[in-house]
Ligand binder design. Structure first.
Ligand SMILES: [Zn+2]
Ligand SMILES: [Zn+2]
Length: 272
């Protein structure tokens, strides 16, 4: 059989790698302690194969915010958010599949002016998305080592904040990853898009901050303080978290304060 160079995708986390003749030995994202290697063994797929067996799903997540996912579930079940702003659309976080119907729909809505990704668990197929829409992908430079498919569309930003225009700002919070970032949008009282930086809990009133969510590995009290402080000066009413419908609609600043206090109390042994 003729060999074929392909950008392989890890089926466990949905991360796409630079073109190789054979699949990589291991997935670096899964082998890291913040994720996990498939207990049945490392497996790989490709975007072409995903396009044959999976499809994109689209559901509203709030005013001007459309959730985009994949069915059946692939990777860690990531969903991205299409944030519609005055200066055009920004894709927050990314997913392993972009089917033709969805690409057409987003083009009809004006395309994408930028993609911004919170941290490596959502890098997935960001380069394929950037090529389709001819837009840049913003990644904090402290997460550079986790980019598995380097590409000229990726812009590494540095420092603590970066303006994305249209009232949008990227804010580096750290915590889960050194370059973990959130997106702040100043419309309608303000909203933040947090990825795994502030993990919206099932009660939709509190958030979690963790080094590893699947492996239940916490961060220190000092890190919780630092991550919470990073967004103190921003106004916001809504928090869009990491999964479908993980949204806090009111009292969001207070939710973060109370959650941080509870976390610090727990890690300092006050509940024991
Ligand atoms: Zn992986
Ligand atoms: Zn994560």
């Amino acid at each position: 059989m003729a060999s074929e160079f392909t950008e392989y995708i890890c089926t466990q986390c949905g991360t796409q790698y630079a073109k190789t003749e054979r699949p990589p030995e291991t997935c670096r994202i899964c082998a890291d302690e913040r994720q996990f290697v498939n207990p049945h063994g490392q497996q790989w797929t490709t975007h072409a194969r995903l396009k044959r067996a999976y499809r994109n799903t689209v559901h509203s997540q709030g005013p001007g915010v459309t959730g985009i996912g994949v069915e059946p579930l692939v990777g860690i079940g990531q969903r991205a958010l299409l944030v519609r702003g005055v200066d055009g659309n920004v894709l927050w976080d990314c997913i392993p599949l972009l089917d033709d119907g969805l690409a057409e729909l987003i083009h009809a809505l004006g395309g994408l002016r930028a993609i911004a990704v919170s941290h490596p668990h959502f890098h997935t197929c960001m380069v394929d998305w950037a090529h389709t829409f001819g837009c840049p992908v913003y990644i904090h430079s402290d997460n550079r080592q986790w980019v598995m498919r380097p590409d000229s569309s990726i812009r590494f930003w540095e420092g603590e904040t970066m303006e994305l225009d249209g009232g949008m700002t990227l804010v580096r919070c750290g915590g889960h990853f050194p370059g973990s970032a959130i997106l702040h949008h100043d419309r309608d009282g303000g909203e933040i898009f947090t990825g795994d930086t502030f993990h919206v809990n099932p009660d939709r009133r509190t958030v979690g901050i963790m080094y590893s969510f699947p492996n239940y590995v916490p961060v220190s009290a000092a890190t919780v303080r630092r991550v919470s402080r990073a967004i103190e000066s921003f106004e916001f009413r809504r928090i869009y978290g990491q999964w479908w419908d993980a949204v806090i609609t009111e009292g969001s600043k207070d939710s973060i304060c109370r959650s941080a206090e509870r976390y610090i109390a727990a890690i300092e042994g006050k509940y024991e």
